[in-house]
Design a protein around this ligand. Structure first.
Ligand code: NAP
Length: 278
């Protein structure tokens, strides 16, 4: 058994591991092997989505690992077609069926899709499923502060988590400030800058990595964790899956944290959720 990540309490009481496994775009047998390997390496947070077309394979990986379901924090997300109170329940039940589990810990509205203007109803739907005991936490993904504020004003509902694109190149200070003011946990997708090697090869990162005897990827993920974020790096490789969670034995200094944060390029590389969604 590898490293078990510490957890952080969410606003409504559930504890979320600070590091988890991203599963997109793996599918089928590759996805099943990835999830089993990660659980064996100590991962307890698994992130999937209806849109990844891998919930069945993820569920198989969980069963293959032999882990007790109660030890896992399982997250999934639903698409725009389900942005209504009844729709969210249907999406939830369909995800349970595909995953082969009897609850998920956290369900996210995958994108706000403001063009169809139904994300407020999606939050009402999430709250209804939670009220019936079907979820330990509710959340959004790719919501801007303006979307969250509208949901709050119209319903009084605030999500436990907002999962957004975030890395040292896109540090999302405005979103993080809003989340912190509202006790919403920020979760970072593409925490390593996705498939590009640019961030992992950035001389600022590699110099800090060398100083600690750690890899560039471990330094980037440690930066997420020390900022108080939850990160969900994805790898399909057993060695890199283990490497990515082995970061609880060192600490970045305040000055190193600031140096990494200064790599920020603003929102230039962030997908605009007022325009894109599914
Ligand atoms: P990411 O985790 O930032 O980066 C993944 C890339 O990094 C892969 O090419 C992987 O290659 C490589 N990598 C991972 N560990 C490495 C290591 N130790 N050394 C060198 N290379 C390494 O990008 P992502 O997959 O886009 O984002 C992570 C997760 O976020 C997704 O899987 C998904 O679950 C979630 N996500 C959510 C949304 C949303 O809208 N909510 C959108 C996109 C993604 P190898 O596989 O070859 O190791």
């Amino acid at each position: 058994m590898g490293t078990i990540a510490p957890t952080r309490p969410l606003r409504t009481g559930a504890d979320i591991p600070v590091l988890g496994l991203g599963t997109s775009p793996l599918r089928g047998a590759e996805s099943t092997t990835q999830v089993r390997t990660a659980i064996e390496a100590g991962y307890r947070l698994i992130d999937t989505a209806e849109n990844y077309h891998n919930e069945d394979a993820v569920g198989q990986g969980i069963r293959d690992s032999g882990i007790d379901r109660s030890e896992l924090f399982l997250t999934t997300k639903f698409n725009r077609a389900w942005h209504s109170v009844d729709g969210v329940r249907q999406a939830y039940e369909a995800s349970l069926e595909r995953l082969g589990v009897d609850y998920v810990d956290l369900l996210l509205v995958h994108w706000p899709n403001p063009d169809q203007d139904r994300y407020v109803e999606a939050l009402r739907g999430l709250e209804a499923v939670r009220a019936d005991g079907g979820l330990r936490a509710i959340g959004t993904s790719n919501f801007k502060p303006a979307h969250l504020q509208r949901v709050l004003e119209e319903t009084g509902i605030e999500p436990d988590v907002n999962q957004i694109q975030l890395s040292p190149y896109s540090t999302r200070t405005d979103s993080r400030r809003y989340h912190d003011e509202h006790q919403i946990q920020t979760e970072s997708w593409s925490p390593l800058g996705a498939s590009s090697d640019e961030l992992r090869n950035d001389p600022v990162i590699t110099a800090i990595a060398k100083a600690h005897g750690k890899s560039a990827t471990q330094v980037v993920l440690r930066w997420h964790v020390q900022l108080g974020l939850v990160a969900i790096p994805r790898s399909g490789n057993a060695g890199r899956i283990a490497e990515n969670i082995d970061l609880f034995d060192f600490e970045l200094t305040e000055s190193e944290m600031s140096t990494i944060s200064a790599l920020d390029r603003g929102d230039t590389e962030v997908t605009d959720s007022d325009v894109f969604g599914h």
